[in-house]
Design a binder for this molecule. Structure first.
Ligand SMILES: *[C@@H]1O[C@H](CO)[C@@H](O)[C@H](O)[C@H]1NC(C)=O
Length: 409
């Protein structure tokens, strides 16, 4: 089947490249910029007219390429239609456009070849980039089902990410700073974001994870780390405009490494010709964990439920704590001081019942039967503080999934 197509490839390739270039001008992987109407051309200045015209060509070529992709891969097409249906509320034109696409662009065989080449450029998906899925529905679902005891983190993360992805031209990259004791779900949420925003999750070429003590262990080499880090960030964004960078153990990042990151987080149109403003940066750290726990404990002692804790209760203390803390976390805090962090995301300490839910998830994930007693047993293996109340798990849900091994037949 492929052999008969080969002769076509060469002559098609240039067309495809042209199409891809038309796309490169489009700012955002999500829908937008399709509104190039012909009537608006009347009375416009020549330069604007040219721009309008280019816009129309772009919109047409986008539709055309998409239609080609549909012709080749029915599946791809159906998925797109589903997504468009979802967005119909927001985009009234959604349906009629889909219909027009189906009727208007009839597909000769040759176009199938074109589309396969075109898709190999990774531009035949609804987001405009097949590696980027931006599945907010999935993220929301997982955050509400699988993240336990973190109503604040769940809401802040969802709002921040969704708002950012829906902004056609963000002013700066999105930077979230996760704070809380270990085992409270910071890594888990970072993984969920990677999973639902990228087809290949953490393995995506659009996603880079840096663990301070693992990737940058020796302070003496900090200058070389700095160069490498800047290079990795710029190369990743060059390949993938909406990239995700996760910095674990951010409190241990050397100050000069933070200096290397800063320009990418700021409001620049471009750094060395690359636009970083569609990227997402996550900083995970334990700093501020104690103050978060104090607030949670205060609420508990006052007889109030933890769900009553709001960002207003927490943010001021957390901010003060982060800005005050000299030494360890101070480097990380310069991002906060310079307003480069968009959202602080607090992770509350986990209680006995939350650890039980983590244990349940671990059993379910391995398709193992479990009893209420087993869940209780797992939770009892953790250390709880403070001494009097034994309220919060010191390790959160960390290593719960390993602990269930004790309960296997
Ligand atoms: C989004 O994620 C949900 C839950 O994981 C899944 O059911 C749905 O098919 C996904 N949607 C797309 C368009 O991939």
């Amino acid at each position: 089947m492929a052999s008969s197509r080969v002769p076509w490839l060469c002559c098609c390739l240039c067309l495809v490249v042209l199409g891809a270039q038309a796309h490169a001008g489009q700012p955002r992987p999500r829908e937008g910029g399709e509104e190039a109407s012909g009537s608006a051309l009347l009375g416009a200045q020549p330069y604007e007219r040219l721009q309008e015209h280019l816009g129309t060509v772009r919109a047409l070529s986008k539709r055309y390429w998409r239609a080609l992709a549909c012709g080749l891969w029915q599946q791809e097409c159906e998925r797109e239609e589903e997504e468009e249906d979802e967005e119909e509320g927001a985009e009234e034109e959604g349906e009629s456009e889909t219909v027009r696409e189906k009727q208007g662009w009839h597909l000769p065989v040759m176009s199938e070849i074109l589309s396969s080449v075109y898709c190999s450029f990774g531009r035949c998906c609804a987001t405009g980039d097949c590696r980027v899925t931006n599945n907010i529905t999935g993220l929301e679902l997982d955050l509400s089902r699988r993240l336990h005891g973190q109503h604040l983190a769940r809401n802040v993360v969802l709002k921040a990410v969704q708002g950012f992805l829906e902004t056609p031209q963000p002013e700066k990259a999105l930077a979230l700073s996760f704070h809380g004791w270990s085992g409270t779900g910071k890594n888990f949420v970072a993984r969920l974001i990677a999973k639902h925003l990228y087809r290949d999750g953490l393995k995506s070429e659009c996603v880079k994870v840096f663990i301070s003590l693992f990737h940058f262990p020796h302070p003496t080499y900090v200058d070389s780390y700095k160069v490498q880090l800047a290079k990795q960030i710029s190369e990743t964004v060059r390949l993938c405009q909406q990239s995700l960078f996760i910095f674990d153990e951010a409190e241990k990042l050397h100050p000069s490494l933070l200096d290397a990151i800063k320009p990418y987080l700021d409001h620049y149109d471009s750094v060395d010709g690359v636009d970083y403003r569609q990227s997402i940066f996550l900083f995970l750290s334990n700093t501020g964990g104690n103050i978060i726990n104090e607030v949670a404990l205060h609420f508990w002692r006052a007889g109030r439920t933890r769900e009553e804790i709001t960002m207003e209760h927490l943010e001021r203390y957390l901010r003060m704590e982060l800005l005050d803390s000299a030494g360890d976390g101070s480097a990380h805090n310069c991002l906060l001081k310079e307003n480069l962090i968009d959202f602080l995301v607090p992770f509350l300490p986990l209680e006995h019942r939350h650890v039980k839910l983590c244990a349940r998830d671990a059993f379910l994930a391995r398709n193992l039967p479990f009893t209420e007693e087993a869940l209780d047993e797992v939770a009892r293996m953790m250390v709880f503080v403070p001494k009097e109340e034994e309220l919060f798990s010191v390790q959160g849900c960390k290593s719960v999934s390993q602990r269930i091994n004790y309960f296997l037949p």
